[in-house]
Design a protein around this ligand. Structure first.
Ligand code: C2E
Ligand code: CA
Ligand code: CA
Ligand code: CA
Length: 277
């Protein structure tokens, strides 16, 4: 995180008024920024363990703002959510991702795409129908689409979120619990959710080389996930040692800088080609 937007932020602490103004600008400029192609989707590959095949990619949104420079999602997604514009963002990312998946299918590649959802997507009753239409439009099989959602997101309003999750799941879409291990992880809840995957939060994966507590958490999530019949994904894999440890524990999928950073479309294509050559 140290370098993102580094030039403008380092050594400069904006006032509350400036932060407020910036959020306001981001929100009012968001729709236009999509049209102007300032917003784009980067993709980070995930590989299976132990055979290290490309399993899929995670879509991660980016905004190159004419005034504020390169913005990571943490810097604008919360504002977009609060302004009620998350539907617009999710549609944009979903469409880009399905277009990608379609292109790969045309090339004979079955690579799944994972899209991050906000809790507010799960408050939209029409969301599953919209997703079904997009899958049809791009003619992508639902099992090649994964939605990642945080536990706290689902649990903040389970009455509302659960029926929508069930509907998405019954469409055949893969559901993953993101950032697992943080927040109010309740094992009982995990059993009740219609999910297929858990993603171990990167804080534990980053720490497991030096912190026995983190290592224990990672190990128990792998075991728990498997005992519930779930696929276990580790994010934040930065070192060979971590990958090897995860492999030895039986973790199913790895994602992180060791494998690749999130890449723009053209660089991802080059990465895939180099890898499958
Ligand atoms: P996330 O879903 O937990 O995504 C993983 C984050 O970890 C990404 O940050 C990714 O770039 C970063 N990462 C990947 N590998 C490594 C690694 O090896 N080491 C370290 N230290 N970090 C790694 P990013 O792209 O800044 O995204 C931040 C968060 O913004 C995401 O966390 C996700 O919650 C949210 N987000 C991103 N794109 C979208 C989107 O399209 N819609 C929504 N609703 N949220 C999004
Ligand atoms: Ca995610
Ligand atoms: Ca995560
Ligand atoms: Ca996160």
């Amino acid at each position: 995180r140290a370098t993102r937007g580094g030039e403008e932020v380092r050594g400069y602490v904006p006032s509350m008024g400036q932060i407020f103004l910036r959020r306001f600008q981001l929100v009012t400029q968001f729709r236009q920024s999509l049209e102007d192609e300032q917003v784009s989707v980067h993709y980070q590959p995930k590989i299976t363990l132990p055979n290290r095949q490309v399993q899929g990619v995670e879509a991660l949104v980016r905004w190159v703002h004419p005034e504020f420079g390169r913005l990571g999602p943490d810097e604008f997604v919360p504002a977009i959510e609060a302004a009620g514009l998350i539907g617009v963002l999710t549609s944009f990312v979903l469409e880009a991702s399905l277009r990608r998946a379609r292109k790969w299918l045309d090339e004979g590649l079955r690579i799944s795409v994972a899209v991050n959802l906000s809790v507010r997507n799960l408050a939209d009753e029409d969301f599953p129908a919209k997703v079904a239409r997009e899958l049809e439009r791009f003619d992508v099989p639902p099992e090649l689409l994964t939605f990642e959602l945080t536990e706290s997101g689902v649990m903040s309003d389970p009455q509302k979120a659960l029926p929508i999750l069930r509907e998405l799941h019954s469409l055949g879409i893969v559901l993953a619990v993101d950032d697992f291990g943080t927040g109010y992880s309740s094992l009982a809840y995990l059993r009740q959710l219609p999910v297929d995957q858990v993603k171990i939060d990167k804080s534990f994966v980053l720490g497991m080389g030096t912190d026995l507590g983190d290592l224990a958490v990672v190990r128990s999530i792998v075991e728990l996930g498997h005992s519930l019949g779930l696929t276990v994904v580790a994010e934040g894999v930065e070192e060979d040692v971590a990958r090897d440890q995860l492999e030895a524990m039986g973790c199913d999928v790895a994602q992180g800088y060791l494998i690749s950073r999130p890449l723009p479309e053209d660089r991802l294509e080059a990465w895939l080609q180099a890898r499958t050559a």
